[in-house]
Design a protein. Structure first.
Length: 211
């Protein structure tokens, strides 16, 4: 997707500065609106081999945002949404994304315990969120879920059985950041499933410590 120069909303033009990332549903751009940094998330129609969407993406995002806020999950404020043109605007949370934190070494325990707490809150409500580290930002000492995606709970995609393996994989995160390769993260290119065996002992320690 080509980077737009600006996106118009009733509050004024959002000037697009740089690409923050591409996910399975959208491209996220860093922009500014009236001197305030914001994130503009523009939905795409590119295929994802291991995920499908049940409704219009912006309507799902709007619904899930309110679910997450009600559950006490720290998320950026939703500032504007345009269902017709398939984009939304949300608060920019300054900080380091979790993938880059992990590439420097294992995440500190206070960050991990916040992640476990999010997962517990979601599980109590019958949900999973997308626990892949690019969806989280550490700002100060607080962990934010900067995506709005919520799915019905399925143990296969839970933090304990799916997401934590990525949070433990330092070499995989380094390779992904350096060149976009998922070869050290996933069992195969299109599986969406993490490499597990080298991290089992570490994850058992994390689970036992959190309990």
């Amino acid at each position: 997707m080509q980077q737009p120069e600006h996106i118009s909303i009733p509050q004024g033009p959002v000037h697009i500065r740089s690409l923050l990332g591409r996910g399975k549903s959208a491209y996220s751009w860093l922009g500014s609106l009236g001197g305030r940094e914001v994130v503009c998330k523009v939905m795409h129609k590119e295929d994802c081999p291991y995920y499908s969407f049940e409704d219009e993406k912006t309507r799902l995002e709007e619904r899930d945002y309110h679910h997450l806020r009600d559950a006490g999950i720290p998320v950026p404020d939703l500032l504007y949404i345009d269902h017709e043109n398939n984009f939304l605007l949300k608060e920019y949370i300054p900080g380091i994304t979790a993938d880059r934190l992990i590439a420097e070494g294992l995440p500190p325990r206070p960050i991990l315990w916040q992640l476990f707490d999010m997962a517990s809150r979601c599980r109590q409500r019958g949900w999973n969120i997308d626990y892949f580290p690019t969806n989280f930002v550490i700002s100060g000492e607080r962990l934010y879920y900067v995506d709005y995606e919520v799915n019905p709970y399925d143990a296969r995609w839970s933090l304990e059985q799916w997401g934590l393996y990525y949070w433990a994989n330092i070499a995989g995160m380094r390779a992904m950041i350096a060149g976009g390769s998922m070869a050290l993260l996933n069992t195969s290119p299109d599986s969406g499933m993490p490499i597990r065996e080298p991290f089992e002992a570490l994850l058992r320690c994390w689970r036992e410590e959190y309990r």
